[in-house]
Design a protein around this ligand. Structure first.
Ligand code: ADP
Ligand code: MG
Length: 831
């Protein structure tokens, strides 16, 4: 009883149409019913005709219209999947790849052996797999092994509007793979799916596709959403503001799920705890996500509550909002007919938006609070899709994953903090950091739209309309905002040498491409071109260097090229387990607790002081003795991880010694992952990383310094000598290869007081000054041996040509000035 109309029956007058194929799918009646409500079902025929007649099709539709779950099913039913041809779907987020494969398997009543997923380190793909969800990075790796992607009949690039770097690259690559497959007589269908309308980068782009692909618009039924702006924009405490808003909605507004957008996992958990405390509907389940709430218990609790007089719900006119009216959708505010609200108490105390809520109040309807973020275990994520226990209101506290990737049923109220946590990259140091920033207008509208899926809804924006008007319209594609060395290395591994000619949907700045190429040459991942001709030609030549054998090895490691180089070098002298640990620790940020924060009481100040003293003491111990100490902060990292593992990696140990427990768990996970990768690359290595590794020997510590230097070659700094002191601001300062300004060893470094002549640093952090973090000592004689590309053999240039970075406005100084004190007659280094 499938409602599926085989496309070609309906369109049989079209000669170009494929012969009618129809693979029956045995769906349950409930699923069938839910499917029929999805807007995309109405477009099935149009979509399938377009796909059958065009190699590339773009499908645009509101989030929740059914693109991700239904299009693969349409294709399956039309016979696009078979034992020798898979339907592949890429997602920019792991959470979507996993949960969508599960959902589609369930809808089609097929096992995960047929509808499977693959994310970087795990998956359930089998020989029988016909529909495969994966992250975009996974497909990119597959292209490296099989450029024509011959095992796929269809590739769907989902969430293309997110413009994640790998998605952009995949679209560029597939624009070339599709015609190649056509030529081979094995046509590949490419479907690009996107939530918002900004598809011009794909359609008005003659570098990308020779024939503009058709765009199919799926009109989603979207109910009106009333948007409420805050009058004031809270400066910092948006979490607290979210809490107050949820409390108000829950106490005053008719039933309907609440979806809160916050920026990160920690915030999500904190708000969940606070809300559960405020509305505890199960006395013994305030903080545990895992326990299934028993319906019986809730019923008892509801019964036990004193029933107050039913009141008419006051108009939602919370007076710290300015309400932007939307034509319709106000009727649903009237709660007189609403069963759920009838039994609950209504707090008439409206409008004191800034006063602290009574956190222990349990005078409202039970609130069923669930967290949702990328790293949450899949079975916990799945809870948001189930109906909340009867008589409760669903409240999902989510990060950006709920913006487009996942559609949560039954949401009527959205609380939007207006922020998102994003990775930022410093163009100079190339080091990334996570920062919380304002979202774009497009994102804000997406978030609001989540409220209007099943009935008219409301979106509460915790910022003013003036702030909203200042948001950028769309966020810029990721590729234009970050260093691209890892991407360039991946592309070179695909033998794409002239990256400048690559059909990027939006090309990265030429400057970023050049910087990446330069760094990869210095790391030995690319073969340097013979330098002839004028500067411009040199540059052009530089942007087309082929990959080296070392580069091929580096490309297989799932870490940035600098770190990949370290791993590639560290098979010698049994350094690999240590290098893996150092790389993991450098990748996971902030190993140590921050004790310099302002305290609320004297008692707390004393406590923080004590903890800090303890951490400093431990750091001195972890830094080792004698020559080991030269490994500096990296030795501290090794020592901390080693000590923590020795103690069984417990929360208690971390708390007692000033380590961040979460960071330690993350390091442990990464070490496992890197070990697995290393084992698959060097099959003879037979490496087993013992969590309780022994401390390195003195010799190993020295090799490790060399290995780190080889990976972070452009991060060498030299202390300014007395005769060079230009003025006071250079006192105790270092010169670096990348910056013109003085930089300093960070006070938290174990080398802070020692001021070695040459150091290598992991990153530069700009606070009151430019500070180097993750510092270890470098012996000058290593530099020419390990970093010839960075050395200038001869006298330093009198007037080195500065290069200007337009993004930061900083002048980069010419490298050789850093190294000119190095003497060249020293023995080669054994690495
Ligand atoms: P789109 O990709 O267009 O955003 P989806 O195909 O992801 O839309 O979702 C279509 C519908 O399927 C949504 O209304 C959503 O609620 C429902 N849905 C998706 N995943 C699940 C799930 N795991 N459980 C229940 N419903 C789901
Ligand atoms: Mg989707």
């Amino acid at each position: 009883a499938s409602p599926h109309v085989p496309v070609c029956q309906a369109a049989s007058n079209k000669p170009s149409c494929k012969p009618a194929v129809f693979i029956p799918v045995d769906r349950s009646p409930e699923i069938q019913e839910a499917r029929l409500k999805l807007p995309i079902l109405a477009e099935e025929q149009v979509i399938m005709e377009a796909i059958s007649e065009n190699p590339i099709v773009i499908i645009c539709g509101e989030t929740g219209s059914g693109k991700t779950t239904q299009v693969p099913q349409f294709l399956y039913e039309a016979g696009y999947a078979s034992s020798n041809g898979t339907i592949g779907i890429t997602e920019p987020r792991r959470v979507a790849a996993v949960s969508m494969s599960q959902r589609v398997a369930k809808e089609m009543n097929l096992s995960h052996r047929v509808v499977s997923y693959q994310i970087r380190y795990e998956g359930n793909v089998t020989d029988e797999t016909q529909i495969k969800f994966m992250t975009d990075g996974v497909l990119l790796k597959e292209i490296q092994k099989d450029f024509l992607l011959s095992k796929y009949k269809v590739v769907i690039i989902d969430e293309a509007h997110e413009r994640s770097m790998y998605t952009d690259i995949l679209i560029g690559l597939l624009s070339r793979i599709v015609p190649l497959r056509e030529k081979k007589g094995l046509p590949l269908k490419l479907i690009i799916m996107s939530a918002t309308l900004r598809v011009e980068d794909f359609t008005d782009n003659n570098r990308l596709f020779s024939v503009t692909p058709p765009v199919i618009q799926v009109d989603a039924r979207q109910f009106p959403v009333t948007v409420h702006f805050n009058k004031k924009t809270p400066l910092d405490d948006y979490s607290g503001e979210c809490f107050r808003k949820v409390c108000k909605i829950h106490r005053m507004l008719p039933s309907g799920g609440i979806l809160v957008f916050l920026t990160g996992q920690a915030e999500v958990h904190a708000l969940c705890r606070r809300l559960r405390k405020a509305f505890p509907f199960q006395k013994n389940n305030t903080a545990d996500d895992d326990k299934e709430e028993s319906v019986e218990e809730i019923r008892k609790f509801k019964k036990s509550r004193k029933r107050k007089k039913v009141m008419t719900l006051p108009k939602i006119d919370l007076d710290n909002y300015s309400v932007v009216p939307v034509d319709e959708g106000d009727e649903d505010r009237d709660a007189e007919t609403d069963d759920d609200i009838a039994g609950s108490d209504i707090d008439l105390d409206l409008g004191d938006g800034d006063s602290e809520e009574d956190e222990k109040s349990d005078s409202s309807l039970p609130l069923y609070v669930l967290p949702l973020y990328s790293l949450l275990a899949p079975e916990k994520q799945a809870k948001v899709f189930r109906a909340p226990p009867p008589g409760t209101r669903l409240c999902v506290v989510a990060t950006n994953v709920a913006e487009t990737s996942l559609t949560i049923p039954g949401i009527k109220y959205v609380v939007d903090c207006g922020k998102v946590k994003k990775r930022f990259y410093d163009k100079i140091t190339g080091v990334s950091s996570f920062r919380v920033t304002w979202i774009s207008q497009a994102s804000a509208n997406q978030r609001a739209g989540r409220a209007g899926r099943t009935e008219p809804g409301h979106c509460y924006r915790l910022y003013s309309s003036a702030v909203f008007m200042d948001f950028e319209k769309f966020s810029a594609p990721e590729i234009t905002k970050r260093p691209v060395e890892d991407l360039i290395l991946q592309m070179k591994a695909l033998n794409i040498e002239k990256v400048i000619n690559f059909p990027f949907p939006t090309p990265p700045p030429a400057e970023a491409l050049a910087a990446a190429e330069e760094l990869l040459i210095a790391l030995g991942a690319l073969k340097e071109p013979p330098m002839t001709g004028r500067l411009k030609q040199q540059l052009a030549a530089k942007l087309s260097c082929p990959i080296s054998p070392l580069g091929r090895i580096m490309a297989t490691f799932p870490v940035a090229p600098r770190y990949a180089k370290m791993l590639a070098l560290s098979r010698q002298h049994d350094c690999l387990p240590y290098a893996i640990t150092i790389v993991s620790a450098m990748t996971v940020r902030e190993l140590f607790e921050e004790f310099d924060r302002p305290a609320v009481s004297e008692e707390e100040t004393a406590k923080l002081k004590g903890k800090k003293a303890r951490l400093l003491q431990m750091q001195r111990i972890w830094a080792g003795q004698g020559p080991m100490q030269k490994l500096g902060d990296l030795m501290v990292m090794l020592g901390a991880v080693g000590a923590c593992e020795y103690a069984g990696c417990t929360r208690k140990f971390c708390e007692e010694n000033g380590l961040r427990y979460k960071a330690m768990l993350e390091i442990r996970r990464l070490r496992g992952q890197l070990t697995t990768t290393v084992n698959s690359v060097c099959t003879d290595a037979g490496l087993y990383v013992d969590p309780k590794m022994k401390p390195p020997t003195e010799a190993q510590a020295t090799y490790l310094r060399q290995i780190v230097l080889a990976g972070l070659g452009d991060h060498v700094a030299r202390r300014v000598q007395a005769e060079e002191l230009l003025d006071d601001k250079w006192k105790n300062a270092y010169k670096t290869a990348l910056l013109d300004d003085p930089v300093f060893i960070h006070p938290s470094s174990v080398l802070f007081k020692q001021l070695p002549e040459f150091v290598v640093y992991q990153e530069i952090l700009e606070t009151t000054k430019l500070y180097m973090k993750g510092v270890s000592v470098v012996e000058p004689e290593w530099i020419p041996a390990l970093l010839p590309p960075y050395c200038h053999f001869g006298k330093p240039l009198e007037n080195p040509p500065p290069s200007y970075c337009s993004e930061t406005g900083r002048i980069r100084c010419h490298r050789p000035s850093v190294f000119y004190r190095v003497s060249w007659q020293l023995p080669a280094v054994e690495v």
